[in-house]
Design a protein around this ligand. Structure first.
Ligand SMILES: NC(=O)c1ccc[n+]([C@@H]2O[C@H](COP(=O)([O-])OP(=O)(O)OC[C@H]3O[C@@H](n4cnc5c(N)ncnc54)[C@H](OP(=O)(O)O)[C@@H]3O)[C@@H](O)[C@H]2O)c1
Length: 269
């Protein structure tokens, strides 16, 4: 079974990178959109572009999804606007590129709200209408990092992405038969504003990121495979090979590789 084209998709983190690519792809298919992020100017500019190019209906919801209760409050605003989303893309995310002990707890709590609590709240809020309709789509943007052993710096990131992976699988087990398809997407390295937004740009320098993908490559594969019910989606050939290797590698080797990779992205205090 393949899902019908959604009528209305809520996309978090639509002001740049993978989220903006989801918005462009959805608009090109004729899906009405609710775009969410903090940078309202960027969302408005994208909304105008998509209305002009495709005649799509686009709503802009400015929201800081790291604030306590922000996910549920956003869902209420979307529904108060008369929208009943049949697609949700939980894409907004961030990382903290410093050691755990040197990071204020308030920042860690905000990280958990944005990367874990908000996706759960939005899924919980929009799911009942999808179940009632007998169809719906939820895409959670996890990361290939979810399959690694973690490393210093970004202490919460692999755990948060592993949560999104397992949450997606459990929820899909619960609702797939009712016509709602839930997928976790595990990108490798993608050319977006992520490094700059999370303080890693200087660390990474001007070096081209090895095997980096364009956001639209991630989106096309994620959109197509979620529609046919794939639960775990690793977009692209090199990330697929890496994911397969990660699963069969002995833990000691996985730990060594995870820590070497993490070292590159860690920002020293
Ligand atoms: N880039 C990669 O290599 C890569 C790899 C694997 C997974 N991912 C995941 O892909 C997702 C998208 O990241 P990206 O690579 O596209 O990076 P990006 O270009 O930095 O996009 C991140 C998006 O999240 C939004 N966001 C961040 N904090 C927010 C907050 N507090 N409230 C609301 N929105 C917030 C940002 O919007 P505002 O700043 O306007 O709020 C932006 O639209 C993330 O979940 C990331 O973990 C990325």
């Amino acid at each position: 079974m393949t899902q019908p084209l959604p009528r209305y998709a809520v996309i978090t983190g639509a002001s740049s990178g993978i989220g903006a690519a989801f918005a462009r792809h959805g608009a090109a298919l004729g899906v009405a959109l609710g775009l969410v992020a903090r940078r309202a100017d960027r969302l408005q500019a994208l909304a105008e572009e998509l209305r002009a190019q495709h005649g799509t209906e686009v709503d802009v919801f400015r929201a800081d999804l790291s604030k306590p209760g922000a996910g549920w409050a956003l869902a209420e605003r979307v529904m108060a606007a008369g929208r009943r989303p049949d697609m949700l893309v939980n894409n907004a995310g961030s990382s903290i590129a410093r050691s755990f002990a040197a990071t204020p707890y308030a920042d860690q709590r905000a990280f958990i709200e944005l990367n874990i609590t908000t996706p759960v709240a939005l899924a919980r809020a929009f799911l009942p209408a999808m179940l009632e309709a007998g169809s719906g789509r939820i895409i959670n943007i996890s990361s290939l990092t979810a399959l690694t052993c973690g490393g210093k710096g970004h202490t919460l990131y692999p755990g948060a992405k592993a949560f999104l992976l397992r949450f997606s699988q459990s929820l899909n087990a619960e609702v797939h038969e009712s016509g709602v398809f839930v997928s976790a997407v595990l990108p490798g390295v993608v050319r977006t504003g992520f490094a700059a937004a999370n303080g890693m740009a200087a660390q990474l320098g001007e070096r081209p990121l090895p095997l980096a993908q364009e956001p639209m490559q991630i989106v096309r594969e994620a959109w197509r495979r979620n529609a046919r019910g794939d639960e775990v989606i690793v977009p692209g050939l090199a990330p697929k090979l890496a994911a397969a290797l990660f699963q069969y590698m002995p833990q000691w080797l996985m730990r060594r590789i995870s820590r070497q990779i993490a070292e590159k992205y860690h920002v020293a205090e």
